[in-house]
Design a protein around this ligand. Structure first.
Ligand code: ACO
Length: 256
């Protein structure tokens, strides 16, 4: 379990907190000095959990760090803690999500530009607490807060464990083949998108897709081409969470 030299309880008045680019818990109220203190502690927590997540996934570099969160306008981190464990409480999980502008292929192989598409970027529950329902609790809280549905989320290079998790809890099994490392599930392009502003997509006409106008101009296509990666999309080794994605705006609503 992940404990710290400081008491985490003031930062975790509840089991799950949301942190965005100001590096403060969404629940936090305090003066300037208290804010500085909380920011420095939150940075330590995020960096530590980001490191552990990377080690657990066999990555050479963490996907999540305080510095990365600070410079992003479209990402949120959800942190799960057990404030009553040990002397200072322990932090047990991390889930980083964000919105990305993506060029994606639908079931027919037609390219679509998805603006501010909801994405799952990093997910970790401490080894000592896995398979006890905590991941589901963290994920559900995020979905409620962001007003997302699992089917409408792209997943940045999911691990085997995350694929099993999404299959078990949300029945997500059949992926749509596409060329970058974001994995989508069948049904992603059907029906309304998440939230009112998120996930807006502009379908390319088959003609435009066929003559390559948008495909060849897209940085995604230039970088990755229109190849089916299938299970190669499963993460392992180095990865870059930014490739093929642009910046969007995240939603922010009250956390329950
Ligand atoms: C975009 C990305 O972030 S990809 C990286 C995802 N993160 C990782 O792979 C890091 C290591 N794994 C973990 O941290 C966790 O297993 C998580 C975050 C994927 C899931 O959190 P948990 O608290 O274990 O999830 P929860 O208990 O709610 O659900 C359990 C289900 O998740 C899946 N799962 C969890 N651990 C494993 C495992 N070791 N092997 C296979 N499936 C697993 C299974 O479907 C499991 O159900 P089961 O026990 O009936 O087989």
């Amino acid at each position: 379990m992940v404990d710290f030299r400081f008491d985490i309880k003031p930062l975790f008045p509840q089991q799950i907190i949301k942190v965005s680019s100001n590096l403060l818990p969404h629940t936090f109220r305090g003066d300037r000095r208290q804010c500085l203190d909380a920011t420095s502690k939150m940075s330590e927590i995020i960096d530590r959990l980001g490191q552990l997540s990377a080690v657990s996934q066999g990555l050479t570099k963490p996907v999540t760090s305080a510095q990365r969160l600070r410079t992003s306008e479209n990402q949120n981190i959800y942190l799960l803690a057990d404030p009553d464990a040990g002397q200072n409480g322990v932090v047990t999980g991390l889930l980083k999500v964000g919105t990305k502008d993506l060029y994606l292929f639908d079931e027919q192989g037609v390219t679509r530009k998805m603006d501010q598409s909801p994405s799952i970027l990093d997910f970790y529950v401490h080894e000592s607490r896995q398979r006890a329902g905590l991941g589901k609790h963290l994920f559900e809280t995020m979905l409620k807060e962001e007003q997302w549905t699992p089917l409408k989320c792209s997943v940045d290079r999911p691990s085997e464990k995350l694929l099993a998790f999404l299959g078990k809890h949300y029945g997500l099994v059949r992926t749509i083949p596409h060329a970058n490392h974001f994995v989508l599930y069948e049904g992603f392009f059907n029906g309304p998108q998440n939230g009112s502003n998120n996930g807006h997509h502009e379908p390319e006409t088959p003609e435009r897709a066929k003559n390559g106008l948008h495909i060849t101009n897209s940085p995604n296509t230039q970088l990755f081409g229109a190849t089916y990666l299938g299970n190669d999309n499963i993460r392992g080794g180095r990865r870059s969470s930014g490739a093929g994605a642009g910046h969007g705006q995240s939603q922010s609503t009250a956390l329950l």
